[in-house]
Design a protein around this ligand. Sequence first.
Ligand SMILES: C=C1C[C@]23C[C@H]1CC[C@H]2[C@@]12CCC[C@@](C)(C(=O)O1)[C@H]2[C@@H]3C(=O)O
Ligand SMILES: O=C(O)CCC(=O)C(=O)O
Ligand SMILES: [Fe+2]
Length: 359
Amino acid sequence: MATTLSEAYRDHPLHLHHIIPLDFSSFRTLPDSHAWPQSNDDGSDNFTSNGCYDNDDEDGSCIPIIDLNDPNAMEQIGLACEKWGAFQLKNHGIPLNFIEEVEEEAKRLFSLPSKEKLKALRSAGGGTGYGRARISPFFPKFMWHEGFTIMGSPSNDAKKIWPNDYKRFCDTMENYQKQMKTLAEKLTNMILNILGISQEQNKWIGSNNHVGAMQLNFYPCCPDPKKAMGLAPHTDTSLFTILHQSQTNGLQLFKEGVGYVPVDPHPNTLVVNTGDILHILSNSRFRCSLHRVVVNDISDRYSVAYFYGPPVDYLVSPCVGDNSLPRFRALTVKDYIGIKAKNLGGALSLISTLLDHDD
Ligand SMILES: C=C1C[C@]23C[C@H]1CC[C@H]2[C@@]12CCC[C@@](C)(C(=O)O1)[C@H]2[C@@H]3C(=O)O
Ligand SMILES: O=C(O)CCC(=O)C(=O)O
Ligand SMILES: [Fe+2]
């Protein structure tokens, strides 16, 4: 039987202190465990309030907003993935009131007292439930963040929190994944088309044999936001990720030579960012977007991420043109997850075929 995503993570257990979040509500000041050394890689000084790079390059300086109904959408998506590894998508077909419902359910969950949420704590070798971000062990300080991971039906975890009233939460999250999957399939077909990869090789698209996971993120209002980190810099282990961010700023994307660029919230748009799998598959033609989340002292921030990709036993093999060589060795998604679980940001260079390992 094919391995599931949960099983792929089971072989890489975490220590409990890397899973149990702080009870943020009981802190009026930033504890030392959450105080990060200040960085100077923040490029946001160079940006105007709408997240555009303040130079003369008029149409290439912001993370583009792409209309899915635009006849040129496919071409624009290709350019955005090459230049930014991300774009914002409008007319994506997911009704706004449904997205708001998902956000309401996330708020209902995260506003529970800590002791209630801990009933659904992710286990050491588990993939789903409540806890810190999986990348926590790679950083010396903890993040100002709580997460809830869902793979398929969240009923096992939700029943622990709401024994008699889990249905609304489960129905909403399952419905969201269904709608995200449909959108993700549409985007995948476009992306593979751009890369010249045949549908024949990718029969998993449109089947139920895919990876789809969801992460509800909560970044509480923070007493000392400049010293704190919402979500530390990372790339996603997906083909791409579709993100709904609430109307609160915080998400930033790293741009070579510039620094961190804010990804400003726009009502009714979804952020799409490329992940490691697409970076490998595209033979690094598409950037894999390094991103992080900063926090603020005015409002809570919520986001909902949907990670989409091929099944865990799929062999990811770089697509190469006539004159180019593969920059990565071919490997299964499961093997890549294993390498990343031990090396995080170093995973891509470990599978690089280039001698100088600079990619
Ligand atoms: C399907 C996924 C994608 C995961 C692992 C698994 C479930 C939880 C996801 C996240 C969500 C938060 C950031 C991240 C970096 C993390 O720590 O957990 C993501 C990670 C990845 O993209 O690697
Ligand atoms: O909260 C956000 O805006 C980003 C979340 C994220 O990067 C993730 O869940 O992988
Ligand atoms: Fe992410």
